[in-house]
Design a protein around this ligand. Structure first.
Ligand code: ZN
Length: 351
């Protein structure tokens, strides 16, 4: 899977290739988002890019900054999902042919077919229907975790990174999660664990705290132009307030934001994340702001992007993700946006 084949996720794809090119690969990452948004496809494309022998970089202004080549020996095996150092773990259950103690190893071929058939965007229900077990709830069990530990303990066959992708990671039972936790705590060299999950709420906090989290935006939620403009205005005034940290207008901004619905608040946080990312790309790589990310304020468009640098982009993204998580969990919106504002205010001055 190459990034170019994943529709609508170029912002995140650029962020991922940038992480790899900068040599900041975290040994455990979580892709959070609906499967239909391409979270699994992004995880595969990320691993393929990491192992590609001829990474491609595109000229300034291209939608994608980089991608895997698609034809080196490693890419060819990745395209077939047949690379010896690429492993998949996913929920399973007993079927007509596997009648006891099911585990991912029993269904590797079926899973590859499922991935190909649905262009790596199939849902959990579609997976169970491939297995002919529509009425069952699949699980990732201790035996799966034992295989993970065993697989990751072996040396990579082909010298690159050994990659383990756990799809629907929230389906891990407690035994499996506890086993995986040990592996996350004691990473081995050149090993990458990518957890793909739809729901943060169903994951153990101990696992969440040990992985780098990436929120994959839901494509169903593409912003209409009007909303985009409203968010841009909100973002510009917020960033200006953060600079001055003038309490009265800032708390008025927070009060106003707290009156928006939770879905709108979440969309605004995602908007802010992609806006900051675009600013960072503009400064770091000289890529111009994409049209839909311009803020419609000449002065701001000209001066703001330079504030976003390697010294603050990751922490800012993390702070926005934490707020998103809090809003999802019905935390008090005023408190969440106020705390977020204080954190962002510190970070923005750290350029
Ligand atoms: Zn390649």
């Amino acid at each position: 899977m190459q990034f170019k084949d994943i529709e609508g996720q170029s912002v995140l794809a650029n962020r991922l290739t940038e992480i790899i090119d900068a040599g900041r690969v975290s040994h455990a990452q979580m892709f959070l988002g609906p499967t239909a948004s391409g979270s699994l496809a992004l995880a595969v494309a990320y691993a393929q890019y990491l192992n590609c022998e001829h990474r491609q970089h595109y000229p300034e202004g291209s939608e994608l900054r980089a991608d895997s080549c698609g034809h080196c020996p490693s890419c060819l095996k990745y395209e077939q999902l047949m690379h010896t150092d690429l492993h998949f773990v996913f929920p399973s259950a007993t079927t007509a042919s596997v009648t006891s103690k099911p585990c991912s190893d029993d269904f590797q071929e079926e899973f590859r077919e499922f991935m190909n058939e649905h262009r790596q965007r199939g849902t959990e229900d579609e997976w169970y229907s491939c297995l002919g077990i529509e009425n069952k709830q699949g699980m990732i069990r201790e035996r799966d975790a034992d295989n993970i530990v065993k697989t990751l303990g072996l040396k990579a066959y082909e010298g690159g990174y050994k990659v383990l992708i756990v799809w629907m990671a929230e389906r891990m039972n407690l035994d499996a999660a506890n086993k995986l936790l040990k592996t996350l705590e004691e990473p081995t060299d050149h090993t990458l664990i990518l957890l793909v999950a739809e729901s943060r709420d169903r994951m153990l906090q101990t696992i969440l705290s040990r992985v780098q989290q990436l929120v994959v935006p839901d494509l169903g939620g593409q912003l209409p132009a009007e909303r985009q403009e409203a968010f841009a205005r909100m973002f510009v005034s917020w960033m200006r307030l953060l600079f001055k940290l003038n309490m009265q207008p800032l708390s008025a901004w927070v009060d106003q934001t707290a009156t928006l619905g939770r879905e709108t608040q979440k969309m605004f946080l995602l908007y802010a994340e992609s806006a900051l990312r675009a600013c960072f790309l503009q400064t770091a790589a000289g890529i111009r702001l994409e049209h839909d990310l311009q803020f419609g304020d000449e002065k701001f468009d000209a001066s703001f992007p330079a504030m976003i640098t390697p010294n603050n982009i990751e922490q800012m993204t993390q702070a926005l993700n934490n707020a998103l998580y809090a809003i999802e969990r019905n935390a008090n919106a005023k408190i969440t946006f106020m705390q977020l504002s204080f954190t962002m205010s510190k970070l923005i001055k750290r350029r």
